[in-house]
Design a protein around this ligand. Structure first.
Ligand code: ZN
Length: 115
């Protein structure tokens, strides 16, 4: 979650940079500042958009894991410990994909896999 918030902070910083560049953008005056401003707008928009999309995707993955953190036996939420990793998910090298993780309920001892 810390990493996802760093992506959000990066996206917000890029937004500020793009807005600052847009404020000084004067397309009628051809100068080095024009190209510099245009470069900041394009690069800031691209990096900021990518960072924001990655932030959203990380939140979706975290929500997916949280939805599977309820014990099926005693219905306790989030009171679990990881006991090991399961089989590889087989979804390629996507670093945001959830790898199957074996967990055990601390209350009743029930085990299941979060995938
Ligand atoms: Zn339980």
């Amino acid at each position: 979650m810390l990493q996802s918030h760093l992506y959000l902070a990066s996206a917000l910083l890029c937004l500020v940079a793009v807005l600052a560049a847009l404020e000084g953008f004067r397309p009628r005056e051809v100068s080095i500042e024009l190209f510099g401003g245009l470069a900041v707008i394009l690069a800031g928009g691209a990096v900021g958009g990518w960072s924001f999309l990655r932030y959203i995707r990380m939140l979706v993955v975290a929500q997916h894991a949280a939805d599977r953190s309820v014990c099926g036996t005693c219905k306790t939420y989030g009171l679990l410990e990881a006991t090991g990793s399961g089989a590889p998910s087989g979804q390629g090298n996507d670093d945001l994909a959830i790898s199957p993780t074996r967990v055990r309920c601390r209350k009743c001892g029930n085990e299941w896999t979060i995938a």
